[in-house]
Ligand binder design. Structure first.
Ligand code: AMP
Length: 437
C-alpha cells in the first residue's frame, strides 16, 4: 500500500516521503480515499495513529484542485481543543502543503490577536483554530465562514470535556449548510454521539489502531501509598532506577507546579505543562523533554491530550484521574514497539474509588503493592492492599466490556484494539477514490 495508491497526487506523495513516511498508517488508508470522495467521516482515533495526515492530506488535495484565488477565501477549518494541538496540526499542514500554493494559518488564545488578524486579512485557504479565539475573531469581523467547504473537529471529545460545546455550535451556525464534515474523537460518549448526529451527514465510520503497537506491552503497577509520601516516592523511583524520560500526570495545575518544584530541588530536571502556563513555556517544556534535555514532564490531562509526545518507557500517575477514560489516554503514552512500557500509579486511600472505576472500565484488577516506608496511613486500606498479589497485566488483555461511557461502536476498547489487524472496521470505501462534489 502506497500513498499514491490512495489517490494522492505527486505534490503530497513527495511531501510525505520527505517526512520519512513509507507506508500509510491504517487510519490513513481508511480515511484518505473516503475524504477524497467528499464523504463525511466519523473517526475513532487518538494521537499516535497518524490521524492528522489522515485528514489534512486529502483536504489539502481538495483545496489545491479547487483553488481559484491566490489568497483564500477560507474554505477549510480545523478545530482543536488545545493550543498545542492546533500548533501541531498547523505544522503538519505546512509541511504537507509545501509543494502547493495553499495558504494556511493558525489561531489560538493566549497570544497576541493582532498578528492573527493581519494573517487572516491576507487570506488563507485552511485555518487551524481553538474555538474560543476563533469566536472572538469572528465577533470582531476578522474572519468569515461563508465559504467553508470542509469542517474538521479534531479530538472532539476533549473539546466537549473542555466546555466548548456552545462555542462549537455557535461557530457552526455561521457556516454554509452544505459542507463536508470530519469528526475525530478518541471516545464516544452520548454527548459526542449527539454532536456527531447534529453535524455529520451519512458519515462513514472508521476506527484506528495506534501505530507500531502490535508488539507493545504495558504493565500496570499500583503502589498503595501515603498521600504525603508521594513526592518522596516519585523521586526515589526516578533516581533508584535512573530513569531518563518520564511523563508524570497530576490532577491539578497546582499539583503539577508543586511536584515540579520538588523534583528540581532533588536535582531532577523537570518542567510542568498545564493550562496556566504561557504558550511559550509549554512549547519550550515539550521541546526540552523531547530532546532529552529534561528528564521529567509533569502534565495535567488536558495539557497532555493531543500532544505529539513520543511513546515512553515510563508513565507515572502521581494521582489517578477521576475520569476513568483518562487513565486509558495516559497509559497510551507508554510502551514502545518490541519493548515493555510501564504505567505506575501512586494511589492513596482517598483515591480507592477512582481505582475501582478504572478497574470497572478495564474489567481488570490493577495489582497493587506497598513499599516499606511509604505505607498508606489508613490501616484498613493498607490491609486490603497487602492482600492483593504483585504482578502485572499486558495491554493485549481484552476487557470483556469496555463500553462503559455509554456509546455503541466505535467506542474505544483500549487494550484489545491495539492488536487487531489494521483494516477492520471500515464501511463503504470506494476502490477508486474520486470526490463527488
Ligand atoms: P498523529 O496521530 O497525527 O498525531 O501522528 C503521530 C505521529 O506519527 C506523528 O509524529 C506523525 O509525524 C507520524 N506519522 C504520521 N503518519 C505516518 C506514517 N504514515 N508513517 C510514519 N509516521 C507517521
Amino acid at each position: 500500500m502506497s500513498f499514491k495508491s490512495l489517490g494522492l497526487t505527486t505534490a503530497f506523495v513527495k511531501a510525505v516521503e520527505e517526512k520519512g513516511y513509507t507506508t500509510p498508517s491504517p487510519i490513513q488508508q481508511k480515511t484518505i480515499p473516503i475524504i477524497l470522495e467528499g464523504k463525511d467521516v466519523l473517526a475513532s482515533a487518538q494521537t499516535g495513529t497518524g490521524k492528522t495526515a489522515g485528514f489534512t492530506l486529502p483536504v489539502l488535495q481538495y483545496l489545491t484542485e479547487t483553488k481559484q484565488q491566490k489568497n483564500g477565501p477560507l474554505r477549510a477549518l480545523v478545530l482543536t481543543p488545545t493550543r498545542e494541538l492546533a500548533a501541531q496540526v498547523y505544522e503538519n499542514i505546512k509541511e504537507y502543503s509545501k509543494y502547493t500554493d495553499i495558504k494556511s494559518g493558525v489561531v489560538f488564545g493566549g497570544v497576541n490577536i493582532v498578528s492573527q488578524k493581519s494573517m487572516l486579512k491576507n487570506g488563507v485557504d485552511i485555518l487551524v483554530a481553538t474555538p474560543g479565539r476563533l469566536l472572538d475573531l469572528h465577533e470582531q469581523n476578522s474572519v468569515s465562514f461563508k465559504r467553508i467547504d470542509v469542517l474538521i473537529l479534531d479530538e472532539a471529545d476533549r473539546m466537549l470535556d473542555m466546555g466548548f460545546a456552545r462555542d462549537l455550535n455557535k461557530l457552526i451556525s455561521f457556516m454554509p449548510v452544505k459542507r463536508q464534515n470530519l469528526l475525530f474523537s478518541a471516545t464516544f460518549s452520548p454527548e459526542i454521539r449527539k454532536l456527531a448526529e447534529g453535524i455529520l451527514k451519512n458519515p462513514v465510520s472508521v476506527a484506528a489502531e495506534p501505530q507500531n503497537s502490535t508488539a507493545v506491552k504495558v504493565t500496570h503497577k499500583v503502589y498503595k501509598i501515603d498521600k504525603n509520601k508521594k513526592t518522596a516516592f516519585t523521586i526515589k523511583l526516578i533516581t533508584d532506577n535512573d530513569w531518563q524520560q518520564v511523563l508524570i500526570f497530576t490532577r491539578t495545575k497546582h499539583g503539577a507546579n508543586k511536584l515540579t518544584e520538588s523534583l528540581l530541588k532533588a536535582k531532577i530536571t523537570a518542567a510542568a505543562i498545564h493550562g496556566n502556563k504561557s504558550q511559550g513555556a509549554r512549547t519550550k517544556a515539550l521541546k526540552n523533554f523531547k530532546e532529552n534535555s529534561i528528564k521529567v514532564l509533569v502534565a495535567t490531562d488536558i495539557a497532555a491530550r493531543g500532544l505529539d509526545i513520543p511513546l515512553l518507557p515510563h508513565v507515572i500517575n502521581y494521582e489517578l484521574p477521576n475520569v476513568p477514560e483518562d487513565y486509558v489516554h495516559r497509559i497510551g503514552r507508554t510502551g514502545r514497539a518490541g519493548a515493555e512500557g510501564e504505567a505506575i500509579s501512586l494511589v492513596c486511600s482517598e483515591e480507592t474509588e477512582f481505582q475501582n472505576e478504572i478497574e470497572k472500565l478495564l474489567k481488570e484488577k490493577l495489582n497493587s503493592e506497598i513499599v516499606e516506608g511509604f505505607e498508606p496511613t489508613d490501616t484498613a486500606e493498607a490491609k486490603r492492599a497487602s492482600t492483593q498479589s504483585k504482578g502485572s497485566f499486558a495491554k493485549k488483555k481484552k476487557p470483556s466490556n469496555s463500553n462503559s461511557s455509554g456509546g455503541n461502536s466505535p467506542q474505544k476498547k483500549p487494550f484489545e484494539k491495539r492488536n487487531k489487524p489494521a483494516n477492520s472496521s471500515e464501511k463503504g470505501r470506494s476502490a477508486a477514490p474520486k470526490r463527488r462534489r
